[in-house]
Ligand binder design. Structure first.
Ligand SMILES: Cc1ncc(COP(=O)(O)O)c(C=O)c1O
Length: 412
């Protein structure tokens, strides 16, 4: 237990909380729970396949719930190791999260850089005879699709590095497919499956809370690893297991995936991604630089007002801007739900408006969003605003011919 004492001169706990909140208010960074109007257009959630509003998903889930015998427990009643297990859960074999790492040392490598991974591994091998002779294990932990930038990790290149520099086979991959599940790979099975690397992965984590319209996650691993997690993963041991309605929702999503019902939304999503990418490239002529920041202070160096950062085929787009809250507010006023993502969620200087596409979005909605952004840019070109127009676009254009796996920042 932690205790704190309050004297007359010290602010009370509530006053401290209020003061912390007030600081955020002043910095315009106070978070609030919001309820979206039903007419708003979702360009923000992780519901990539729009399953959460799919009539097919709803009908199937309700049928599963209805088919439960009378008095079948809807709640789990405890962790899976105690009262929370069931034949239904065993059949789905869903595990909530995991706390896998008992690593003695963790070493970061540069984002999506096989060269950096190799340099880090080479240094560790040189420093540790155990890693060299294969008696000490190395886990390489990556996301397949990164949640903020939406870029796809170069998994094939990572595997090549690990197998080459750790020939004893003591390099193991743990891949989080949270944002790839449902979106990439055959039947939405993820990037690893798309690349045919499943036999090279030690653990794959697929979450159900994004494209699969439920919550929780599954760990795909070998039976020994599964038994190890049941014994050592604190979240499995101590967390109340999912109840029947959650399991039924996951089962519904599984069934739709395995029956091919999600192939069409998966393809629709990809076509909308290509469309938005091309439409954003049409803003190429509107390059502005900004001399004042969001609070009206001089930026020092003129900063590009708007740039698109997008990895081919990814449903996540970053509209980079030093004034993301202004841009997000302009979109929100037109009913488009997008979010400004600020530091420290992303590094300083990489603030952006994050746009997520979904299979249920329409071409008209995308047109509306892009025209809203165009209007915002044009308005900022007017003499009243503290921006300067540039006659030529800077840097790279956003091209459809971009090679897969190559990430570029387009200055629009
Ligand atoms: C990479 C990654 N993994 C796992 C999760 C956890 O997903 P959830 O909260 O849906 O369980 C998230 C959440 O955004 C994520 O970005």
């Amino acid at each position: 237990m932690t205790t704190t004492t309050t004297t007359k001169n010290q602010p009370s706990l509530l006053a401290s909380l209020q003061s912390a909140l007030q600081k955020r208010e002043t910095r315009l960074s106070r978070r609030r729970l919001t309820i979206l109007p039903p007419t708003s257009t979702d360009f923000s959630s992780n519901d990539f396949l729009s399953l959460s509003t799919s009539p097919l998903f709803r009908a199937r889930l309700l049928a599963h719930l209805q088919s439960a015998p009378p008095r079948y427990p809807f709640a789990s009643g405890g962790s899976r190791l105690l009262d929370g297990n069931s034949p239904y859960a065993e059949a789905l074999d869903a595990h909530e999260g995991m706390r896998l790492s008992r690593a003695g040392k963790t070493v970061p490598f540069l984002h999506s850089s096989p060269e950096s991974l190799e340099a880090v591994l080479t240094a560790e091998i040189a420093a540790d005879a155990g890693i060299r002779d294969g008696s000490r294990n190395v886990f390489v932990v990556v996301e397949s699709v990164y949640s903020m930038d939406g870029d796809i990790a170069p998994l094939r290149e990572f595997v090549e590095v690990v197998e080459r520099v750790l020939p004893c086979g003591n390099g193991y991959f743990v891949v989080d497919e949270a944002h790839a599940t449902g979106v990439f790979g055959p039947g939405g099975a993820g990037v690893v499956k798309e690349l045919g690397l499943q036999e090279r992965m030690f653990v794959r984590v697929h979450t159900f809370g994004k494209a699969l319209a439920s919550h929780g996650a599954i760990v795909l691993c070998c039976p020994d690893t599964r038994d190890y997690l049941i014994n050592y993963a604190r979240t499995v041991i101590y967390t109340t297991a999912m109840g029947f309605p959650s399991l039924a929702a996951i089962r519904t999503a599984y069934e739709l995936l395995s029956e091919g019902e999600t192939e069409e939304p998966q393809a629709t999503l990809q076509s909308l991604i290509r469309y938005l990418r091309a439409r954003l490239a049409s803003l190429d002529t509107l390059t502005l630089t900004l001399t004042l920041d969001e609070d009206g202070n001089p930026t020092g160096n003129p900063t590009p007002l708007f740039a698109v950062d997008h990895f081919p085929r990814s449903p996540i787009f970053s509209l980079r801007s030093p004034v993301p809250r202004h841009l997000a507010a302009a979109c929100q006023r037109k009913g488009f739900v997008v979010r400004a993502i600020m530091a420290p969620t992303v590094p300083v200087g990489k603030e952006r408006v994050r746009v997520c596409l979904h299979a249920g979005n329409t071409v008209e909605e995308i047109d509306g969003l892009v025209e809203t952004i165009r209007g915002w840019l044009v308005e900022r070109q007017s003499p009243q605003t503290q921006t300067q127009s540039q006659s030529q676009s800077q840097g790279l254009g956003l091209g459809m011919g971009q090679a897969q796996g190559e990430k570029r920042v387009a200055r629009l």
